[in-house]
Design a protein. Structure first.
Length: 387
C-alpha cells in the first residue's frame, strides 16, 4: 500500500521543482496549518495508489510553487506592496450562473486589467504582452493547460480557459491552503469541515498583495476580478477591498448546481485516478453553495450599495444591455471602442460554442425539488422561479 506524502515530503518536492525552475524555494509562512489539514484529509478520505499519487499531489505542488514565485517577486519589487487598489470590479455568484462569460466580456474593456491564467500560477509583474510568446513560463503554462484539457476534455465544453486569458482568482486565494478549492477537486469532507471554521481574511490580504505584484507595471489601472467563491467570504473581501464594486450573478439553482457537479466530476475523477461516486458530489455542492448564498446575503444587507445583481436569463437575452446597466450603476465610462470590442466578443462566443454541456440532478444524488427547497429564500429574493 502506498502512503500519501507527508507535509515535509511535499515541501521537499516543491523545493526541488523550484530549484529546477530557477526560483528560490522560499514559501513564506502562515500556510502550514492549512497544508497540514489538507494532507491529513487526503490520507483519511481518498484511497491512494501508484496510479493517483502524482495527480493528487499536483494541486498542492502547484500552489507551493506559486507561493515561491510570489515571495521571490515581492523581494524584487517591494515597492509594489504600497500600491492602493481602488474600487475593483468583482464578478461573483454561485458557479454556472454566467460569471465566466460576463467576466470575459467585461475584460474586453481596456480600462481594466485582469488576472491572466499563467500569471496566477507564477505571480510576477505582468510583462509586456508582446514578450509572452518567448517567455518560457508562459509557454509552459500553455502546454500544461492544453495537456489538462486533453486529459479532461469535458472541461473544454463546460469551462475552457486559455493561459493568456483572464481567469478566476481561486488559485491565488488558495495559496493560503484555506479554500474550498482543494476539496472541490479531490473530495475531502474532513478538510471541508476544517475549512468552514477558518477566517479567510489573511488569504484575502495575501491575494491583494499578489494583485499589487501582478499589476506593478500598471498600478493605476482598475482591476476586474472574478471568482464564484467570493460569495462565501464577502466579509473578508470587503474588509480588504472596502470600495469593491460587486456584481452578483443569479440563476435557478436547479440548473446551476447540477451543472457545476457535471463540471467538477470529470476533474475529480482525473485527480483521484478512478471513477468516483457522483452521488457524493451533489449533496456537497448543494450545501456549499446554499451556505455561501446565505453568508453572502448577510453581507449584502450590511453593504447594499456595493452590489449590482445580474440574472442569467437577462444576460443571455441582451449581454450588452446588462453591461451598460452595470456601468451606469457603478459610474463607469463605457467607450465606443470598448463597446465594439464587446460586440465582437459576443458574436464570436455564442453559448454552447464548444458543444452542449449535458447534466442532470439525479446523476449527482439530487432532485429539482430538493435543490429548490434548500434555496427557497434565495430563489424568491432574486425572482428566479420563472427562469
Amino acid at each position: 500500500m502506498i502512503a500519501y506524502p507527508s507535509v515535509d515530503q511535499l515541501l521537499a518536492q516543491a523545493a526541488a521543482a523550484c530549484r529546477a525552475s530557477g526560483v528560490a524555494a522560499d514559501f513564506g509562512s502562515g500556510f502550514e496549518p492549512g497544508l497540514t489539514a489538507l494532507v491529513e484529509a487526503i490520507r483519511a478520505n481518498v484511497p491512494i495508489d501508484a496510479g493517483n499519487v502524482q495527480q493528487m499531489s499536483s494541486q498542492i505542488l502547484s500552489l507551493l510553487i506559486s507561493r515561491a514565485y510570489s515571495e521571490a517577486s515581492w523581494k524584487q519589487r517591494p515597492d509594489c506592496l504600497k500600491t492602493p487598489i481602488h474600487a475593483p470590479l468583482v464578478v461573483t455568484g454561485i458557479p454556472r450562473t454566467g460569471t465566466t462569460a460576463l467576466h470575459k466580456l467585461l475584460s474586453m474593456d481596456p480600462q481594466f486589467q485582469g488576472l491572466e491564467q499563467w500569471l496566477i500560477g507564477t505571480p510576477m509583474p505582468r510583462p509586456p504582452r508582446a514578450t509572452w510568446d518567448d517567455n518560457p513560463l508562459f509557454r509552459t503554462a500553455v502546454a500544461n493547460q492544453e495537456a489538462f484539457l486533453q486529459a479532461v476534455p469535458a472541461l473544454r465544453v463546460a469551462h475552457e480557459v486559455n493561459a493568456d486569458e483572464v481567469d478566476e482568482c481561486l488559485n491565488l486565494l488558495a495559496q493560503s491552503f484555506v479554500s474550498h478549492y482543494p476539496s472541490t477537486g479531490l473530495g475531502l469532507p474532513h478538510y471541508d469541515r476544517w475549512w468552514r471554521d477558518q477566517d479567510e481574511t489573511p488569504s484575502y490580504r495575501r491575494y491583494a498583495d499578489n494583485l499589487r505584484l501582478i499589476g506593478a507595471n500598471a498600478p493605476q489601472q482598475r482591476w476586474l476580478l472574478k471568482n464564484p467563491g467570493h460569495i462565501t467570504h464577502l466579509d473578508a473581501l470587503l474588509a480588504v477591498f472596502p470600495d469593491a464594486c460587486i456584481i452578483q450573478t443569479h440563476r435557478d439553482p436547479a440548473k446551476c448546481i447540477p451543472s457545476v457537479c457535471a463540471l467538477i466530476w470529470p476533474a475529480r475523477n482525473f485527480f483521484q485516478g478512478r471513477e468516483t461516486d457522483p452521488t457524493l458530489l451533489g449533496p456537497r455542492e448543494l450545501e456549499l453553495w446554499a451556505w455561501s448564498a446565505e453568508r453572502a446575503q448577510r453581507v449584502r444587507e450590511a453593504h447594499p450599495e456595493r452590489f449590482f445583481d445580474v440574472r442569467f436569463a437577462d444576460f443571455r437575452r441582451d449581454p450588452l444591455a446588462v453591461v451598460e446597466a452595470i456601468y451606469r450603476h457603478f459610474g463607469l465610462p463605457l467607450s465606443e471602442d470598448a463597446a465594439q470590442r464587446m460586440r465582437q466578443w459576443i458574436a464570436g462566443n455564442p453559448q454552447h460554442k464548444h458543444g452542449r454541456h449535458e447534466y442532470d440532478a439525479e446523476q449527482f444524488g439530487l432532485s429539482e425539488a430538493r435543490i429548490h427547497a434548500r434555496f427557497a429564500e434565495y430563489i424568491a429574493r432574486h425572482n428566479l422561479s420563472e427562469q
